[in-house]
Design a binder for this molecule. Structure first.
Ligand code: ADE
Ligand code: ZN
Length: 328
């Protein structure tokens, strides 16, 4: 039973955590008409492949219009994670999505912070924010996001990252944005090796100041790259259900989670965009037990890796590690 294992998540897109019911509720509250064809049915979004998933995700994100919407989506996600035994969640937020509907960086940040505070007070779960830029919007937007972020520091805003279409631009084009973030003391991670192969991971490790990779799963296709990831202690934010849903792997039996772990990679478990991929942090842990043969002890070690690699301050990290070590 994985339910009682303390869990930690490093890779989840806040805008991608809202299930259809919440998207509908927020759209109604804000008087917005959602695009036709957004939902497959009451409980599922409609999308086909990875580019189409990004389109659906963008369309659903447009229901977030006010600081209180960000507060609600953050609070509801963290409450659900706490119910599954999570003690720590780092959430990607996208100021570009907020700006698209006329929201300021500060409104979007303050709403998210309020959701984190309310959830911690009620459930004891600790949440932190990784600000992301969107790769297909280009390097100049990336720099603008990094500048806004640095101009408004907040103790809960601990990292910088990037999502979006992995086929757009080269990662080296985004070095100015990542340099700004790293020089401001923020942890950095980037999506690579999800849709594209090992070359996308070399592009990340050779050019950006990252200590973690979003996915990075396709490193398995290049043994030299796996060795490098092990040697450099790069942490992989693995998202198995996301990879199956987007067609990177046909099924869990083909997923290289076990091989990456056996090779010595530091791996974590994550839900990415839970309602789109029919998953949750609890389901990722349960699947790892059922499909990858992970024991409770091995799953606790995955949580330890996540807490060690988290971009959180040292005092909070120490207290989270102590919670992991409580007998349970
Ligand atoms: N944005 C939201 N989810 C994403 C994913 N899985 N990969 C890249 N960008 C994303
Ligand atoms: Zn992702």
């Amino acid at each position: 039973m994985t339910g009682t294992i303390p869990k930690a998540e490093l890779h989840v897109h806040l805008e991608g955590t809202a299930p259809p019911a919440l998207v509908r509720r927020l759209a109604e509250r804000n008087g917005i008409a959602l695009p036709d064809g957004l939902f497959a049915d009451e409980h599922n979004f409609a999308w086909t492949d990875f580019p189409d998933f990004l389109r659906a995700y963008d369309a659903a994100s447009m229901c977030l219009r006010k600081a209180e919407d960000y507060r609600d989506i953050t609070y509801e996600y963290l409450a659900a994670c706490a119910g599954e035994g999570a003690i720590y969640v780092e959430m990607f937020t996208s100021p570009d999505h907020a700006a698209e509907v006329g929201m300021s960086y500060l409104d979007h940040l303050e709403g998210t912070v309020a959701g984190i505070e309310d959830a911690e007070r009620e459930f004891g779960i600790v949440g932190r924010i990784i600000v992301t830029c969107v790769r297909h919007l280009g390097p100049e937007r990336g720099v603008a996001v990094a500048r806004d972020m640095i101009a408004e520091p907040h103790p809960y805003m601990v990292g910088f990252g990037m999502g979006g279409a992995e086929t757009a631009f080269h990662l080296r084009d985004f070095l100015p944005a990542f340099r700004l973030a790293a020089d401001a003391g923020l942890g950095c991670t980037v999506h690579a090796g999800e849709v594209c192969g090992p070359e996308s991971i070399y592009d990340a490790l050779d050019n950006l100041p990252v200590t973690r990779l979003g996915h990075g799963v396709r490193a398995i296709e290049d043994p030299r790259l796996v060795e490098r990831i092990v040697r450099e202690g790069i942490v992989l934010e693995l998202c198995p259900h996301s990879n199956i849903a987007t067609g990177v792997y046909a099924d869990m039996a083909s997923h290289p989670f076990g091989e990456l772990l056996a090779a010595g990679c530091r791996v974590t478990l994550n839900s990415d965009d839970p309602p789109y991929f029919a998953t949750s942090i609890g389901r990722e842990y349960a699947t790892a037990a059922e499909e990858f043969g992970m024991t409770d002890e091995a799953l606790r070690a995955v949580t330890r890796t996540a807490l060690e690699a988290a971009f959180v301050d040292e005092e909070t990290r120490t207290s989270l590690l102590a919670r992991l070590d409580e007998p349970g």
